[in-house]
Design a protein around this ligand. Structure first.
Ligand code: GH3
Ligand code: MG
Ligand code: MG
Ligand code: MG
Ligand code: MG
Length: 303
């Protein structure tokens, strides 16, 4: 039996627990149980909680049911309906006689009955936090590229399929940009693989920070290739973004003696969904454009 150590236990003390309750006595008691173990914050109503969560998402929520204004059940419904908050685990604090079925129905992961037993609260919170951190870590390992910290090819494939289905359904458009570092084999040969790895990180970071909308997406597509998906974007809009990426990478002025430009550059190919002929793949189309950029001297965008 192999014991994998992912450092979940070290992460727990930084966990953020949001206590949502309208009664000071309950709040004080819950805070006392969790203080010294986790970072706690308090919301005094459902409305308060929703506002706070929008600003900073907690790792877990302890949610009272009976509150003035929107009650706990409704608060949970709202959180579960939003993509940004739907994965935050919610533990309900229930009074005797309240419908536990409802807690499960709206997506609670657990409930604790009043009067509160401190050990039960602490152990249930810890169990759910551990599960959450394990799940986050697993998703990170499965879907992020370890070197560059952008999404990996696996996630790209599913994200592209989703974007394409949406564009088809809504008769909208989207753009795909494939970006490939120029003369990167020679960069490694001259400066070494460790410097090469650093360049991959810098290029990934530059692409990420050039993208302006939260829906814009970048993944490491292959060794020294990145793919950018821009939803609701036509050829003109896509070209603007791609040009910005090329410029921002050139502006890094990373020395590259072998390159005709003397510094590191990338080439790109751009295709849009609406620009495809029948049954043509957008990847193939963007790839063909990338090839033209390489042929025409690199540090270029073709669309
Ligand atoms: P071109 O301008 O035509 O794209 O030439 P190129 O040399 O960039 O392209 P080629 O496909 O010949 O070489 C890609 C290089 O990328 C070879 C490989 O060693 C390097 N590479 C791929 N993945 C990594 C990585 O994770 N780290 C480092 N340091 N290098 C990598
Ligand atoms: Mg109450
Ligand atoms: Mg390549
Ligand atoms: Mg290359
Ligand atoms: Mg080469």
């Amino acid at each position: 039996m192999v014991n994998f150590e992912y450092g979940i236990a070290e992460q727990l003390p930084n966990a953020k627990v949001l206590i949502v309750d309208d009664q000071l006595l309950n709040i004080t008691l819950l805070q006392k149980i969790l203080a010294g173990h986790y970072q706690t914050s308090v919301a005094h109503s459902g409305e308060d909680a929703l506002k706070m969560i929008e600003e900073s998402a907690p790792d877990i929520i302890l949610l009272d049911i009976e509150m003035a204004g929107i009650n706990g059940i409704e608060t949970c419904r709202v959180l579960k309906s939003r993509p940004e908050t739907k994965n935050i685990p919610i533990i309900f604090i229930t009074s005797f006689g309240q419908h536990e079925d409802l807690c499960w129905q709206v997506g609670g992961v657990d409930f604790i009955s009043k009067p509160i037993n401190p050990k039960t609260v602490f152990n249930r919170v810890t169990a759910q936090l551990t599960l959450k951190f394990q799940r986050d870590k697993l998703l990170e390992l499965v879907f992020l590229d370890g070197l560059t910290d952008v999404y990996n090819r696996r996630y790209f494939d599913s994200h592209l399929t989703k974007t394409q289905l949406r564009a088809k359904r809504e008769q909208g458009d989207y753009a795909l940009v494939i970006i490939d570092i120029d003369f990167f084999k020679q960069f490694n040969d001259i400066y070494g693989h460790i410097e090469g790895d650093k360049v991959l990180q810098q290029v990934a970071h530059t692409i990420k920070t050039t993208l302006l909308r939260p829906c814009d997406f970048v993944a490491r597509y292959g060794g020294e290739e990145f793919a950018v998906i821009l939803p609701d974007t036509d050829l003109r809009g896509g070209a603007l973004v791609a040009e910005n990426i090329l410029n921002n990478i050139a502006k890094l002025k990373i020395s590259h003696n072998y390159s005709i430009y003397q510094y590191l550059t990338v080439s790109a190919g751009l295709a849009t969904f609406k620009g495809l002929s029948a049954n043509e793949s957008i990847i193939k189309s963007a790839d063909e454009k990338l090839y033209v950029s390489k042929q025409q001297g690199r540090n270029k965008l073709t669309f």
